[in-house]
Design a protein around this ligand. Structure first.
Ligand code: PGA
Length: 263
């Protein structure tokens, strides 16, 4: 897990009705409380929820007064303007978001978003004061043909282009999500994850600077569940988890967190 404060992020994707939010929040908070009056959230870890953009305002209202943070699943490339279908990073801030995901594999592969667009989203989000989770990861064919590091390195390249200044180091988190592990039930082994996480940290250190490399959290995502979160979190360069399917049930998500923190 390393010495950085771990982050457990729930990516709801295009799931859930708005009416399900109050019960979800209540059950998640309940499950994270070890004893009445003593919340695990008081201890040193972060939790962030990433719902559809329609759910952000009601979720923000339900999260008022607690430490769970809020994030959007994607973010527009400018403060405002003629960008049909996009959500402005300034508006995301206005409604209480701290986070945005950029470059999620479903955006890259289903909606054909490529690195230049992902760079614009990242830059706009940072400019408006959002923190970002930049998602990277190889497809199965790339893994099989030994091109994992090459693919990840190309995707990380936007961090170099973005010229991240020291006061933004903490605003950037990287999620390694092998595409073949997302939603498939087949997670990367803890060793496979560690190998790529170490590569990512090393890349950031050599290309963007040692301080950035030390401070950047690298999350793992791809078929995380309560049964595998401890072993994955036990790896020294894994600083948290990005959880899709297993985050839809608050009790299962709490199980991921609880087991992950045991490592
Ligand atoms: P999964 O999704 O946990 O359902 O595999 C992870 C993600 O896409 O962020």
């Amino acid at each position: 897990m390393g010495s950085l404060i771990p982050l457990f992020a729930a990516n709801w994707k295009m799931n859930k009705f708005v009416r399900e939010i109050p019960e979800y929040v209540e059950r998640l908070l309940g499950a994270l409380r070890e004893k009445p009056g003593e919340s695990l959230l008081g201890s040193k870890y972060d939790v962030a929820l990433f719902p559809s953009s329609t759910h952000l305002i009601p979720l923000a209202q339900n999260l008022e007064g607690c430490r769970i943070q809020l994030g959007a699943q994607n973010v527009g490339t400018a403060k405002s303007g003629a960008y049909t279908g996009e959500v402005s990073p300034a508006v995301l801030r206005e409604i209480g978001c701290q986070w945005a995901l950029v470059g999620h594999s479903e955006r890259r592969h289903v909606y054909r978003e490529e690195d230049p667009l992902i760079l614009s989203r990242l830059a706009a989000a940072l400019e408006e004061g959002l923190s970002v989770i930049l998602c990277v990861g190889e497809v199965l064919q790339e893994r099989k043909s030994g091109k994992t590091f090459q693919r990840v390195e190309t995707q990380l390249g936007i961090l170099k282009e973005a010229r991240i200044v020291p006061n933004l180091y903490k605003a950037i988190t990287i999620a390694y999500e092998p595409v073949w592990a997302i939603g498939t039930g087949e997670n990367a082994t803890p060793q496979q994850a560690q190998e790529v996480h170490a590569f990512i940290r090393n890349w950031v250190t050599t290309r963007c600077g040692g301080e950035f490399g030390k401070q950047v959290r690298v999350l793992y995502g791809g078929s995380v569940k309560p049964e595998n979160s401890a072993a994955i979190m036990a790896q020294p360069d894994v600083n948290g988890l990005l959880v899709g399917g297993a985050s839809l049930d608050p009790l299962i998500f709490a199980g991921v967190i609880r087991n992950g923190l045991k490592s």
